[in-house]
Design a protein around this ligand. Structure first.
Ligand code: NAD
Length: 490
């Protein structure tokens, strides 16, 4: 088991041996092109959520090590920014090939550390791979602007320039896709990078960094430091870091946004969500219910684009019974088992929090149509499993509605009219995404125009755009995902 585990991290042979020889293995930092064991004596266990097995130990990187990572990125910047963009793109061309080669290894690591099904883990890698593919065409995206003769004999042009050292701070729910939202675009623009993976599932970031090095990324262009609040605060405060991309909860995102922007950095914070689906009575019943079940419970509800609240308009409310039957048919098991629909939630604490919010919904008057709290999964008695759970009669004043649950829990609300349903969605503090299910073109157009959400789906359960579009929320979310965060203009 030790050999297999350590192969997640140490497959290219560039890792210093001390980290791989420990049992369980210690997750290395990447500093200046070397995978190095942290000198820190403080560690966090990375735990398999289906079994509670300790997969590895993650160090709380010391301040000196963090400074060394930033310094490596700073020193790599002048040569890297002057490397032709065609060469930088070619590294991405190689990287996408290597990710395809190792996609099974990446997916197995994700399922082991994060818990999602192997199919979802492949999707996690594939969505990130699409960003790498996008970065392969960066030269075209970096074309500037030019207007001749804006005044007599004067032409004006703008040039997109890299900023310098940039940083990324990641959540646990997409251990491959989200690091791949960040560093490939940033470095192909000519920046250098410090990545802080989630402390809960850092393995995919390390494998991706190994692949980036194998693809030819020069030493120091990508660096990785592990830890929690202290290293994040160090990133926010560091004078040499020019821009930060954060993805995670509102609490951390607001803190990072205010702390780092006070230091003059560019910051994007992609934060929490409470995505609503509105269902009109003219929608196709089966297609709608299948979409609601997949988007509500898939990945155990731990997607920022999960549909966690349904607003049934008028008679569509009567579809709740069928929704419950469909949800009951989902298979809950460890992500490595065949034909599984959803795996465990990330931690014991996450399970406790989700169960508490379900209970608070019941105590505030919601009806528990399906209760997944006491599910038993044979062979995985210690796993953090919660079965699909449905609460009906939910109202806007309930805590289960006001807070992001981030578990396999679907809340059902009622509205008498389409206008009332839109009003409910727009009043919610989160505005990541929203979907409408209807057969009416007029309703679809009204929804698209009036709904206050970053991503809008019409008969689409998870309206996530591909990388050549920005990915943006509205209201309680400050974000965009594109090459523009990483560029100044000269
Ligand atoms: P989290 O906020 O707990 O952690 C995210 C990162 O921030 C981690 O690297 C963590 O170490 C760091 N962090 C956490 N608390 C901190 C603090 N107080 N000070 C400094 N750093 C801190 O988020 P999570 O639980 O890992 O991820 C789930 C959250 O991410 C959900 O809210 C989900 O909606 C959100 N998310 C949003 C998007 C999006 O695009 N909007 C995408 C994926 C996930």
């Amino acid at each position: 088991i030790f050999a297999l585990r350590s192969s997640y991290y140490f497959s290219t042979g560039v890792v210093e041996p001390s980290s791989s020889l420990r049992s369980p293995p210690r997750v290395p930092n990447l500093i200046g092109g070397k995978f190095v064991d942290s000198q820190s004596s403080s560690t966090i266990d990375v735990i398999n959520p289906a079994t509670q097995e300790v997969v590895s130990q993650l160090p709380l990187t010391t301040n000196e090590e963090f400074k060394a990572a930033v310094s490596a990125a700073k020193h790599a910047f002048p040569a890297w920014r002057n490397t032709p963009i065609t060469t930088r793109q070619r590294v991405m061309l190689k990287l996408q090939e290597l990710i395809r080669r190792d996609i099974d290894k990446l997916a197995m690591n994700i399922t082991t550390e994060q818990g999602k099904t192997l199919k979802d883990a492949h999707g996690d890698v594939f969505r990130g791979l699409e960003v790498v593919e996008h970065a392969c065409g960066m030269a075209t995206l970096q074309m500037g602007e030019y207007v001749p003769n804006v005044a007599n004999g004067i032409d004006t042009f703008s040039i997109r320039e890299p900023l310098g050292v940039c940083a990324g701070i990641c959540p646990f729910n997409f251990p491959a896709m989200i690091p791949l939202w960040m560093f490939p675009v940033a470095v192909t623009c000519g920046n250098t990078f410090v990545l802080k993976p989630s402390e809960k599932d850092p393995g995919a970031s390390i494998i991706l960094a190994e692949l980036a090095m194998e693809a030819g990324l020069p030493n120091g262009v990508l660096n990785i430091v592990h830890g929690t609040n202290d290293v994040v605060n160090a990133i926010c405060d560091d004078d040499d870091i020019r821009a930060i991309s954060f993805v995670g909860s509102n609490t951390a995102g607001m803190h990072i946004y205010s702390r780092a922007s006070a230091k003059g950095k560019r910051v994007q914070s992609n934060m929490g969500a409470k995505n609503h689906a509105i269902v009109l009575p003219d929608a196709n019943t089966d297609a709608t219910l299948n979409a609601l079940v997949a988007a509500g419970f898939g990945a155990a509800g731990q997607r920022c684009m999960a549909l966690s609240t349904v607003v049934f308009v008028g008679d569509s409310h009567s579809w709740e019974n069928k929704l419950v039957e469909l949800a009951k048919s989902l298979k809950v098991n460890a992500g490595t088992e065949p034909d599984v629909d959803l795996g465990p939630v990330i931690s014991k604490q996450a399970k406790e929090r989700v169960c508490k919010l379900i209970q608070s919904g019941v105590e505030s008057g919601a009806r528990l149509l399906l209760d997944g709290r006491n599910i038993v999964v044979p062979g995985y008695k210690d796993g953090n499993f919660i079965g699909p759970t449905i609460l009906s009669g939910v109202t806007a004043d309930m805590d289960c509605y006001k807070e992001e649950i981030f578990g396999p829990v679907l809340l059902c609300m009622k509205a008498d009219s389409f206008e009332e349903a839109i009003h409910i969605v727009n009043r919610n503090k989160y505005g990541n995404g929203a979907s409408l299910f209807t057969a009416s073109g007029a309703a679809a157009r009204k929804f698209q125009t009036e709904i206050e959400a970053g991503q809008v789906g019409i008969n689409v359960p998870i309206p996530v755009p591909l990388p050549f579009f920005s990915f943006t929320g509205s209201k309680g979310i400050l974000c965009w995902r594109s090459q523009f965060l990483w560029q100044g203009r000269g």
